[in-house]
Write a protein that binds this ligand. Structure first.
Ligand SMILES: Cc1cc2nc3c(=O)[nH]c(=O)nc-3n(C[C@H](O)[C@H](O)[C@H](O)COP(=O)(O)O)c2cc1C
Length: 171
């Protein structure tokens, strides 16, 4: 499938089938994360793959009780073991690095016939307690994953003219 088509077909899946995700598909998706670029090639991302129903229920509570978080057969908890590296541009590297790896997973999931949803509405300390994550490690985002029980919605996006200019700032 052409990449742009996969990008168009990715949407935030907030309703999942009970059907489990095959081990091989999960492995391929995690490989897509492993191959992501990162600042200084630090690869500071770490991923906890949660499939246990009781743990998923607890994560659902930590994620502001968003029901689909407990419903998804897989939750990938995306963490960083380095959270203080600031690039010359002044930005912290770790949220960017982890985000790239996450979107690699989200797009590979489309290729595998699966859906995902980024989850940023969660209480980090609660997630850390549930999963025994050490204090210095940051939990950046959760990514729910599974076979969709809903369907692709029309995308609401700004037109290119509103977000792109050429050569100089004209926006
Ligand atoms: C960093 C980030 C955090 C997000 N957190 C949540 C969340 O906690 N709950 C949720 O339902 N959707 C969440 N989303 C999904 C966005 O709402 C969604 O991507 C956006 O509305 C565009 O819709 P689409 O993904 O279907 O194209 C998040 C997305 C991103 C990128």
């Amino acid at each position: 499938m052409a990449l742009l088509k996969q990008i168009q077909q990715r949407y935030s899946v907030r309703s999942y089938q009970k059907r489990p995700v095959e081990k091989e598909k999960l492995e391929t998706i995690l490989q897509a994360a492993r191959l992501a670029p990162s600042a200084k090639n630090m690869q500071e991302w770490r991923f906890i793959v949660v499939q246990d129903a009781d743990t998923r229920r607890k994560l659902c509570v930590a994620a502001n009780n968003q029901a689909f978080v407990g419903e998804a057969p897989v939750i990938i908890v995306c963490c960083s073991v380095i959270s203080d590296y600031v690039m010359r541009c002044g930005h912290l590297a770790y949220p960017i690095d982890v985000a790239i790896a996450m979107e690699h997973m989200a797009l590979q999931a489309v290729e595998e016939g699966l859906g995902t949803c980024w989850v940023g509405s969660f209480y980090e300390e609660q997630v850390k307690t549930i999963l025994g994550i050490p204090t210095p490690v940051r939990v950046v985002e959760l990514l729910t994953m599974g076979y969709p029980a809903d369907t692709l919605r029309a995308k609401s996006r700004l037109p290119l003219e509103q977000i792109v200019c050429h050569e100089r700032w004209k926006l």
